[in-house]
Write a protein that binds this ligand. Structure first.
Ligand SMILES: Nc1ncnc2c1ncn2[C@@H]1O[C@H](COP(=O)(O)OP(=O)(O)OP(=O)(O)O)[C@@H](O)[C@H]1O
Length: 266
């Protein structure tokens, strides 16, 4: 009986893992930026990456959808599996991968196109809509999920760049959602936003985790505590501690984590 319970636990844990990283090393030329990182990112969960400036949070995040491929001097070693498949396998097309593992950046970066076209672009290039009605539906649903539909439904042809910073960031989230991703990576998505827009995006992150696995890099420990269920603390390229967010903030096991969360380093 005990064995069956144990097996059941193991199976459900395995099913919940969306991304498995094993022995990941990242170098920028001679700079060893990520040192032998192992981590499992759960599905339908918000995972926060925290740590002092330069510790490698963004670098590791960018490994998860091969954004580092775009940096010439960057070399990634080790294994990163998405649903058990190696995303660095030569057979994997990074453009297809980035539709599955979407990304939202620090500074809102809408295309210089209409609100509609910003969201429709991804589904069009990935052939996700059979006709205009399909595309309209994807655009509407993505804007709804990004909590932006009511604000923009009467001006879908207006330029995306003409909106407030918070609206532009939600538009970028809608654009990322539109390709039906399974994982959403967010690199300090609120750092250019005011407190009201930040609260809206944080609320949205909580809703998005019903559908996706969300990984967020944040400088704000309060934000990590508010939005995430799991937290990874990085320091000098090492993943020092990874645990339930509550535990990291109330009872960290490593003295470096303790120093960081109490404001002594960073
Ligand atoms: N494009 C790049 N080219 C060369 N080195 C880089 C590049 N991006 C990051 N690095 C280096 O990699 C290390 C980790 O940087 P990274 O930006 O990942 O840290 P971070 O924890 O996200 O920092 P921050 O909180 O300041 O954004 C640093 O030493 C940094 O200088």
């Amino acid at each position: 009986m005990e064995d069956m319970i144990q097996m059941d636990r193991t199976m459900s844990t395995q099913q919940d893992i969306k991304i498995e990283a094993k022995g990941v090393q990242v170098y920028y030329a001679d700079n060893h930026a990520i040192k032998d990182v192992d981590v499992n990112i759960a599905d339908k969960t918000v995972t926060a990456f925290i740590g002092p400036s330069g510790c490698g949070k963004s670098t590791f995040l960018r490994c998860l959808n091969r954004m580092n491929d775009t940096i010439d001097i960057c070399r990634v070693e080790g294994k990163i599996l998405l649903d058990g498949e190696d995303i660095y396998d030569p057979k994997v097309d990074p453009v297809q991968l980035r539709a599955k593992v979407g990304m939202v950046f620090q500074k809102p970066n809408p295309f210089p196109k209409s609100i509609y076209d910003n969201v429709a672009y991804g589904p069009k290039i990935h052939g996700l809509a059979r006709n205009k009605a399909d595309l309209d539906e994807i655009v509407e649903q993505s804007l709804r999920k990004a909590a932006l539909w009511n604000e923009v439904k009467d001006r879908l042809n207006a330029p995306g760049t003409g909106m407030s910073g918070g609206q532009q960031q939600r538009l970028c989230i809608a654009r990322a959602i539109a390709t039906a991703p399974e994982v959403l990576l967010m690199d300090e998505p609120c750092s250019a936003l005011d407190p009201i827009a930040t609260a809206q995006v944080e609320e949205l992150i909580d809703e998005l985790r019903q559908s996706f696995s969300v990984v967020i890099v944040t400088h704000s420990m309060q934000q990590a505590a508010r939005v995430s269920q799991k937290t990874a603390f990085f320091h000098l390229g090492n993943l020092v501690e990874f645990d339930d967010t509550d535990k990291i903030f109330t009872n960290p096991q490593d003295p470096r984590t303790e120093s960081y969360i109490s404001g002594r380093i960073g």
